[in-house]
Write a protein that binds this ligand. Structure first.
Ligand SMILES: Cc1ncc(COP(=O)(O)O)c(C=O)c1O
Length: 417
């Protein structure tokens, strides 16, 4: 691989294209449009139209969106929230923030909530179920919704990975009492940081609106930090990845000096959210998110095409494939990533890295990722979700994003078989 060529990776600015970089660069020179502006409403309106919901509020992350929803539902100290293990600490911290208790449910073979374990984990204190659609594969929504209705529980959809995925031909994010989406740097669409809370319930919407009114925009410095991300990644970090590994040194330098942000801070692994949550989505990032949102169908069709290649060429091999289209039935997955389970993921990741292919996205090693997360802080008891723990030791996520060509997917496959 030569200098100037960007590496194959699963999570290094995966969704960013030339037009996104130009837009970010342009926005850097318009500081008076960073906070308030018309893109915020435009994005919220686009979301409402796309999802077919009545209310959508933008925030600066999935984390802020979830905090708004939990507040709106009145979830508080003494309440339990059922949530799947094999999730990110970012999905749990807002639950701790409102002083409720996350109760962990094991996963099924599709890395989503196990209905069997869900039924075992309900307590008299349970107030809500939060359902994740892992890597864009829809969870068993009919069964979960039924369970919630029978037990009078709120259903919150964590659609951080699932914008555009469908269940029974209906978009994920429209089944529960409320849903949230993420526009994080390696999510379905990206504005580096960003999120949306959506609901059809006018009472819940009113309370989310009150929460929104009570919080502020992030600082100008924080917004600039996010605008710099696509620009520096595109012009400095990624082109230098194949060139004596200088790119990685650049990235560490930018993050350590605070020029660029981290997706999840170290302290979040200890249950402490940074002060830039909860905040509203600033206009500058709404501009970036709206540009990506226009490309959503193209992104997801591409992901489905690449996933098909992996499935066809890896299904008869030595890997377990949690996502197999023939088993999708009533689900239309979007394959934000394509997970495989391997006996020796560490050896494989090392081999890929030696070839300048970066497939370590941090979604491994622990039932709550990143693996540095302190499980005790989150109340996770070892062995309580054995399948999630096993998957965490075996998973590798293959890239499906718009910057991965079929040819590059085949290079990955050749190294795997
Ligand atoms: C499953 C899941 N839920 C929620 C979140 C939180 O989203 P955000 O990073 O936008 O706060 C993330 C990502 O961090 C996630 O992977």
């Amino acid at each position: 691989m030569s200098c100037q060529e960007k590496p194959i990776s699963v999570s290094l600015s995966p969704n960013t294209q030339k037009d996104d970089v130009s837009l970010a660069l342009k926005m850097i020179f318009k500081p008076n449009e960073w906070q308030k502006g018309k893109a915020i409403k435009e994005l919220e309106e686009s979301f409402k139209k796309y999802l077919g919901v009545n209310f959508a509020y933008s925030f600066n992350s999935g984390r802020s969106s979830l905090e708004a929803i939990l507040n709106a539902l009145g979830i508080k100290s003494g309440d339990d929230v059922l949530i799947q293990a094999f999730t990110c600490n970012a999905a749990i911290n807002p639950i701790l923030k409102v002083r409720a208790k996350p109760v962990f449910v094991d996963i099924d073979s599709t890395l989503n909530l196990s209905i069997e374990d869900l039924k075992k984990k309900i307590t008299p204190r349970t107030k809500a179920v939060m359902v994740q659609h892992s890597f864009g594969w829809p969870a068993k929504l009919a069964e979960i919704k039924n369970f919630c209705q029978q037990n009078k529980l709120y259903l919150i959809e964590d659609c951080a990975h699932a914008l555009g995925a469908k269940y029974n031909n209906q978009l994920c994010g429209t089944f529960g009492d409320a849903a949230f989406f993420s526009f994080g740097r390696d999510k379905v669409i990206s504005s580096v940081y960003g999120g949306m809370a959506a609901t059809n319930d006018s009472e819940i919407a009113k309370k989310i609106g009150e929460f929104y009114a009570s919080i502020d925009y992030p600082s100008q410095a924080w917004t600039l930090q996010q605008l710099l991300h696509p620009v520096l990644m595109n012009y400095l970090v990624l082109p230098a990845y194949g060139c004596l590994k200088i790119g990685k040194a650049f990235l560490s330098f930018f993050i350590n000096t605070g020029i660029l942000s981290k997706a999840v801070t170290k302290n979040e692994g200890k249950g402490v959210l940074p002060s830039y949550f909860p905040k509203r989505l600033p206009n500058a990032l709404a501009v970036l998110a709206q540009n990506q949102f226009k490309k959503l169908d193209e992104f997801n069709s591409h992901r489905q095409k690449i996933a098909k290649i992996y499935e066809q060429k890896l299904s008869s091999g030595k890997y377990i494939l949690p996502f197999v289209l023939s088993g999708a039935q009533n689900k239309t997955p979007i394959f934000m990533k394509y997970p495989i389970l391997a006996a020796n993921p560490q050896c494989l990741l090392k081999k890929f890295k030696e070839n300048n292919i970066y497939l370590n996205d941090g979604w491994a090693g622990s039932p709550i990722v990143p693996s540095s997360t302190c499980l005790e802080v989150f109340g996770y008891e070892k062995d309580s979700c054995p399948k999630a723990e096993q998957v965490a030791q075996k998973i590798i996520n293959l890239p499906t994003h718009i910057n991965i060509t079929a040819e590059q997917a085949n290079i990955i496959i050749e190294m795997l078989v």
